[in-house]
Design a binder for this molecule. Structure first.
Ligand code: LP5
Ligand code: MN
Length: 245
């Protein structure tokens, strides 16, 4: 049956080979049956700029996506909070289309809004201030003018800072704000919503202005991988490997 897959928050990097193995299994064995694959952000642990495309690890990942596209699965990539510096060269290397965030699509007749999810975490005011700064085009031009090695060093410092700050943030602050979700649902006239970022895989129902909206939250990839599969009739999780394997 024609279907589409959604994944996010793989955080791929050379130092987590198990996740890379899951990715290659997914790309070779599961994704080829899909008409389209949507990657809703944080494909990479971080992306320092398209001039980092030639590293052997990045070649391996982009090559796998390119092969998937060549065999007939359309690939769409959205920016996450870790890899928003992905640009045209990365998209070309993957034979993928970069998506804006949020974006509305007609998925087998069901209006569906896709977003990474970080913009919905409005209670995390420190993060939102940071986000506003680094999503500014002028700031990005200055940052990308730095040598690649220096960019990577700065990002790694920031990753460490982010991990330590998260220890002191309440769990509720790092989840989506319901008012922000409702505003997005209202703006797009009550669609289905699919997002990642919070690493809290779930299916929520939102009752709003007489409408009921599905919100599917994708999980991150670690020991297990997860994808959401949508066809014209059903929405289901693909989780692998099975516990028995
Ligand atoms: O990513 P994750 O899940 O660990 O945490 C996120 C938020 N953290 C981030 C930071 C990224 O992890 C770091 C990698 C970004 C790569 C981008 C490349 C270009 C930028 C390079 C800048 C030097 O997104 C975290 C949220 C959490 O999700 C849950 O939603 O809480 O937010 C933070 O931890 C951010 C802090 O609260 C604020 C950080 C301020 C740091 C200011 C340093 C100044 C840097 C220069 C900016 C102009
Ligand atoms: Mn994220």
């Amino acid at each position: 049956m024609p279907h589409t897959l959604f994944i996010s928050d793989l955080h791929l990097c050379a130092s987590t080979p198990n996740t890379s193995r899951l990715f290659h299994h997914f790309i070779k064995e599961i994704a080829p049956q899909a008409e389209a694959l949507y990657i809703l952000g944080d494909l990479f642990e971080y992306w320092a700029g398209d001039d980092d495309l030639n590293s052997p690890f990045h070649q391996e990942i982009t090559g796998a996506l390119r092969a998937l596209s060549k065999q007939g699965t359309d690939i769409y990539i959205m920016h996450g909070n870790r890899d928003f510096l992905m640009n045209k060269q990365l998209a070309e290397a993957c034979h993928a289309t970069l998506l804006s965030d949020p974006i509305l699509l007609d998925l087998y007749g069901t209006p569906t809004v896709l977003t990474h999810g970080d913009a919905l975490c409005t209670d995390d005011t420190d993060y939102q201030a940071f986000r506003q700064q680094v999503r500014n085009t002028g700031w990005q031009q200055l940052f990308l003018a730095l040598p690649l090695g220096e960019r990577k060093a700065r990002i790694e410092q920031l990753r460490a800072k982010s991990e330590s700050e998260k220890q002191n943030k309440a769990q509720s602050i790092m989840d989506v704000n319901l008012q922000a979700v409702n505003e997005l649902l209202h703006e797009y006239y009550y669609p289905r919503l699919i997002h990642g970022h919070t690493h809290r895989p779930a299916h929520h129902l939102h009752h709003l202005d007489g409408h009921t909206c599905d919100r599917w939250v994708l999980g991150d990839w670690d020991k297990y991988a997860n994808a959401l599969r949508c066809d014209a009739d059903t929405t289901t999780w693909e989780i692998f490997p099975d516990d028995g394997q």
